[in-house]
Ligand binder design. Sequence first.
Ligand code: ATP
Length: 196
Amino acid sequence: MQDMNIESHQQPPDRAPLLKVEDLHKIFRVGDQDIHAVRGVSFSIHAGEFIAIKGASGSGKSTLLGLIGGLDRPSDGRIMINGREMSTMSAAELAQFRNARLGFIFQQFNLLAGMTALENVELPLLYARVPLLERRQQAMAVLDRVGLADRAAHRPAQLSGGQQQRVAVARSLVNKPSLIIADEPQAPWIAKQQAP
Ligand SMILES: Nc1ncnc2c1ncn2[C@@H]1O[C@H](COP(=O)(O)OP(=O)(O)OP(=O)(O)O)[C@@H](O)[C@H]1O
């Protein structure tokens, strides 16, 4: 892994971290080659804190975000969320935790092409078994917040790139997550959205 920097943009408050990463490593085995994508990364995030992970292409940023989000397991090191070690969670617990506590914005947005903007935003609530009327109202409110209420019935292919990005942001916010993980530069936009 090349150099990667973790920058905090707010003063962490004096309380236990929401997320603590300790000496994290990820090694991918490709053929007979070991790719050390994440090498000994440690940091903490407190509630309300905004953190940017910066580094050259291929320095391990997406891999690190995947590990924090529980999408992949580390080769070594620990990830503690609210004092609980992620590796001790079962697959079902991890899925439940991801759905209830984390919001993801992927590099490629990962919107479902066959669904409308509103249905895409509703997805985390559907997984959380929120009743239809309630989830429709909540999803619509967040779509409105990102300025896309009038595009609710449009499918991703009928939206501009920036609008698709805003749908992805709305989907990441709809379950009111403790932590939003954003791959690539939408992050300042999210910080603005989260401001009271
Ligand atoms: N599933 C995988 N199997 C093998 N190698 C991988 C895998 N995923 C990533 N890598 C390698 O790990 C390294 C880190 O990749 P990663 O995608 O985390 O970088 P990044 O910093 O997010 O890059 P970018 O800014 O270009 O998106 C790269 O050398 C990449 O080729």
